[in-house]
Write a protein that binds this ligand. Sequence first.
Ligand SMILES: Cc1ncc(COP(=O)(O)O)c(C=O)c1O
Length: 477
Amino acid sequence: MSFTKDARDIIDQLSVYLHQSRSKEKRAVNLQTIRHIQEHLGLEQYLCDGGLSGETLNRFVETYLGFTTRLHHPGFMAHQVGVPHPTGALASLIDGFTNNAMAIYEMGPAASAIEFFLINTLLTKIGWVPMPDDITQRLETDHGAGVLTHGGSLANLTALLAARNQLAPEAREGGTPGNLVILAPESSHYIISKSAGIIGVGEKNVVPLPTDDLGRIITEKLDAIYEKIRSQGKQVVALVANACATGTGLYDDLNAIGTFCSDRRIWFHIDGAHGACALFSKKMRPLLHGVEKADSIVLDAHKMLRTPLLCAALLLKNARPLDCNFEHTASYLFHDKLQPGFDFIGQTIECTKAGLGLKFYFTLAALGEKGISQYLEQTQALTLNAHEFISKAPDFDCPYVPQSNILCFRITGSDDLQLEIRDRLMALGHYHISSTMLKDRRYLRIVIISPDTRFEDIEQLIQEVRKLAHTAENKEI
Ligand SMILES: Cc1ncc(COP(=O)(O)O)c(C=O)c1O
C-alpha cells in the first residue's frame, strides 16, 4: 500500500518546511492570485483524472507548501494563530485518520477521555471544582463543566447562549424577550456582538461599557451604567470582559469586575481566547487575578498554547447551565444506554465533533507545563523588550506598555502610511505583521508568537519599516 510511503514523503517534506521556515530560508508570506495558485497546483487536472498519490502527491504538497503562510518563520508576527508544535500536528493526523466523532462516547472513547481530562485540568487551574469521573454523580453536587469546540467564536457563542438560557429559560422554545442586553466594551472581539445577533438579543442591544482610551473597562463607572440599564427595564444576560483584548493584548481588571457581577448576580463572562493561557504561567497568572469569580471563560488552545487549529475550551463554573443548554430530541442519539463514559454532545452546538483534545494534549505533553510556561514568558519578555526599544526611537510611538505578546506602534506619518508600509512588507514577505485602529488612529501591530523570533528580528523589522516609510515619503514628493 502506498499510504506508508506517501506519509513518509509528506513528513519528510514537512521537516524540510519546518527547517526552511525557522531558518528564514523561505519567506514568511507569499501572496499570489487565486488563479496563479490554482494553475500551479493543477487543481482541474487532478479533479478530473484522480490519481493523487506517490510522485504526483509529493509534487502537489511541495507546491502547496510553497504558497502557505509560514507560521514557524520568526518574521510571522501578524495574527493570533498558534505556531503549531510538530507533535501536536501529528495528533491532527491521527485525529483525521481515526475520524472519531466523539460527541457521543461510543464514537470516540479515547478522545472523550482526553477531553474530560483536559477540561478538568483547566477547571482546576482556574480554581473551580472539576467534573466527577463517575458520570452517575454528575450534577449531584456543585461542580464545573466545559467542552472543547471549534474555535473561540463558537465557544463565546455557546457561553452567551448558556447565559441567556439561564436568565430567560423560556427563550429557547418561545423566543427571546425584547428587553435583554449584553454589556461589553467596544474593544471586545466582534464575536460578542455577532453572538448577540445569533442568540436573539440583537447586536444593537450590546451596551458598550465605559472604557479608557486603550479600551479597558473603567470599573468605577460600571454601577452607573448598570443602574441606567435597570431603570430602562432591561435585563442583563452577561457582562463580558477581555483577557486580553484582541487589538491591544491588554487585560481588564477581572477581580473588580467579578466582584461587581457577583454582588448583582450578573453572569460574568471572560473572553480569554488569547490571554487565558496565563493559567499556564506562574509569572503571568496575576494578569488573571479574579478569574475564579467568572461564570464562564473561553480559552483558545490554538492561539498561545501552540495547538494546531482548531481547539478552544469553554469552561463554566457551574455545570447546570451548560448541561441544560442543548438537550434535544434525536431518538437515534439521545436515549438511555449502558455506557461507561460521557456524551459531550449535550454541551455543544456541534453534532459531529472532532476529537480536539488529542492535539491539545500532545502539545502540552510534548512541551510539559514547564515548557509551555517558558514559551509564554519568553514571548511576553520579548514583547516588553520590543516595546522598550521601539518607544525609545524618536520617530516611533508606542501607545502603551504591553501586558501580553501583542504590541502596537506607529511610525511618524499618516494612517495611510502605516497601511502602505504593511502592504509593502507583505509584498516583500520577510515579515508578516498586522495593523489595528486605536484611539482613532491606525497602528501597526505585532503578535510575538513564534518561539524562534528574537530581538534581532524586531530590530530588523523596525529598520525595514523606517526604510519603507522613507521610500513611501519620497514617492509622495
Ligand atoms: C479575544 C478573542 N476572542 C475571540 C476570538 C475568536 O476566536 P476564533 O478565531 O478561535 O474563533 C479571538 C480571535 O482572535 C480573540 O482574540
